[in-house]
Design a protein around this ligand. Sequence first.
Ligand SMILES: NC(=O)c1ccc[n+]([C@@H]2O[C@H](COP(=O)([O-])OP(=O)(O)OC[C@H]3O[C@@H](n4cnc5c(N)ncnc54)[C@H](O)[C@@H]3O)[C@@H](O)[C@H]2O)c1
Length: 382
Amino acid sequence: MNVHTQRIVMNGVTGRMGYRQHLVRSILAIRDEGGLELPDGSRLQVEPVLVGRNRDKLAELAERHGIAEYTTDLDEALADDSATVYFDAQVTSERKKSILKALAAGKHVYTEKPLAESVEEGLELAQAAASSGTVTGIVHDKIFLPGLVKLKGLIDSGFFGRILSVRGEFGYWVFEGDLTPSQRPSWNYRAADGGGMVLDMFCHWNYVLEHLLGRVDAVWAKTVTHIPERWDEQGRRYDATADDAAYAIFEIGDVVVQMNSSWTVRVNRDELVEFQVDGTHGSAVAGLWGCRIQPRVATPKPVWNPDLPTDEDFRGQWSQVPDNQEFGNGFRAQWEQYLLDVHEGRPHPYDFASAVRGLELVEAGLRSSAEGRRVALETRTA
Ligand SMILES: NC(=O)c1ccc[n+]([C@@H]2O[C@H](COP(=O)([O-])OP(=O)(O)OC[C@H]3O[C@@H](n4cnc5c(N)ncnc54)[C@H](O)[C@@H]3O)[C@@H](O)[C@H]2O)c1
């Protein structure tokens, strides 16, 4: 059988995202199934080359998963012409210089989000990619969440009638690290190290909203650092300088999207993220997995009466959208799309231009909060 092999330089695979989602659940899963089937019946196989700072950790990973090659020298890995793709899941602040090297070496580049720490840096990378003629890709995992797949199906079917508004709630309590160790890496809470809720999450919200409703026209946001001190992986106290919550309104045409993103909220929802969409003909609440709906014709008529306790089971008045299909791992699904695009030499829809639009929303949100005003997104890059 004809087998094409793509060797992928993978940087940052000792981290949470790089290891679990990208290496194990995506690339090794594809490799262990003998690669992807191409339309002509041949196969596209993958071969990871691990890159990182700690040789011992890389050696242990390579041994555990039967990976032949690893190195602590990025330049050496990039000098290998048989490797066609560079992937980056390092901490955000390390990304730009590594991607510039990869592009200069002629590699196709796929990367975790955010692409960079500012629009300016993102544009520099997008321009470098355009001149190198390579296929770029940015992680856009959230649109593969089963709940959002169901929500997109509802929108496409016309279920909502005219969509009026969206209320998104994302987040959970991230422990400060003193009494209970934190469940997220400490760099996320230091601005100088690329941390911050807006930088972290607005690039996700940008492609999610583009996918569901269209481009964001304007943003109002209030960003806050609610918890000013935290304790790191070694139990050392540090100043938490990055925003840990953002309260935003995004305007998309006439649709008003309120989006709360917070590492300082205790969960009183069914899932860690939920989006309630209200339309003239129906409403839905989509989470990571589930999606509940209430059509216009099944909408009860609540009456405000402060003299009596509420006896209505409001949640019981909604019905679940059935699964009706198998949902694979979203990280793997996007890798498959990207690898096929590289193989065919065609642009990937979630490319660096898409990543820059995400950074534009980040900057607009931060500016809105700093200046206390609505910020229109006028610069369009794609
Ligand atoms: N798509 C998503 O849902 C999602 C979720 C979380 C994080 N991320 C993104 O993935 C990237 C990695 O996040 P993570 O949570 O896996 O972080 P992590 O701290 O667990 O891993 C960071 C990786 O970068 C490496 N690294 C390189 N230089 C470093 C330096 N100077 N300091 C510290 N680490 C360095 C580490 O060795 C490690 O492999 C970030 O850019 C983040 O924004 C994406």
